[in-house]
Design a protein around this ligand. Structure first.
Ligand code: F6R
Length: 241
């Protein structure tokens, strides 16, 4: 794994944006995998600003989002569809965007459809990942086995707790999600793992301690031939650069 340790979050977002800009220059119709959460917010700001300035062109690109809560209405303020519209898709034009549908009647049929769409697009050229405090990637939570294709997952207590900050008091938080599978993540030609903040230092230390922890989904990335870790100093405090 290549490591790019940046001074701060802003620099990390610039560095990650540079990788996406290079990818689009080389292949304007790239298939891009995208994440949600707090980590990519600065990166998406950068995409919007660079695209507005004519420095990045997403108009031929295809976007596949990693995950979505289930069930959730697409127009719910905390749906990942709403997040993506607010932070990126309302501002930057893509040829196509695909997010697992949180209001599908049958989640399994939706996952099969998502797999078929990703396969028809030719798989991911470049995938953006964040990491959960428990080492999840997408919504692949720690488990003893991992589906290769998209599937419905039970969110762990830790993830529900971490994400409860986004839901109003008393509001019913979805306990399931639809997520891209580990096989699809692993098949991406290039992965950018963007990590920021001291709160992630512990899981980052564990990830790089030289063991393949099968209960840390992010450990699969240690075996992938083309992952670029873009990390700020706060998150990287426990590892050698
Ligand atoms: C969400 C996703 C998750 C997040 C992870 C970190 O689409 O893929 O794996 O990347 O939960 O979230 P933040 O960035 O909020 O710490």
């Amino acid at each position: 794994m290549k490591k790019n340790v940046c001074e701060n979050y802003e620099e990390a977002c610039q560095a990650a944006a540079d990788i996406f800009a290079g990818q689009l220059k080389q292949k304007p119709d790239s298939v891009l995998g995208l994440a949600t959460g707090s980590t990519p917010v600065g990166l998406y700001k950068e995409f919007v600003s660079r695209s507005g300035a004519g420095k990045m062109d997403f108009s031929q690109a295809h976007a596949f989002n990693l995950d979505e809560y289930y069930p959730i209405r697409a127009d719910h303020p905390q749906s990942y569809k709403t997040f993506m519209d607010e932070h990126l898709f309302d501002h930057v034009k893509f040829t196509s965007t695909r997010i697992p549908c949180g209001e599908a009647t049958d989640p399994h049929i939706e996952c099969d459809g998502y797999d078929a769409d990703l396969e028809a697009a030719g798989g991911l050229d470049l995938l953006l990942l964040g990491i959960g405090h428990n080492g999840h990637i997408g919504f692949n939570e720690p488990a003893s086995s991992y589906p290769l294709g998209a599937y419905m997952v039970d969110l762990t207590e830790e993830t529900l707790e971490a994400n409860s900050r986004f839901f109003c008091d008393g509001e019913k938080q979805p306990v399931n999600a639809l997520t891209m599978g580990i096989g699809q993540i692993f098949a991406a030609k290039h992965i950018v793992l963007l990590i920021s903040g001291a709160g992630k230092a512990e899981i980052v230390k564990k990830l790089f301690e030289g063991k393949l922890h099968t209960d840390i989904p992010a450990c699969f990335l240690l075996l992938h031939p083309n992952v670029t870790l873009v990390i700020d100093k706060d998150a990287a405090q426990g590892i050698k650069s």
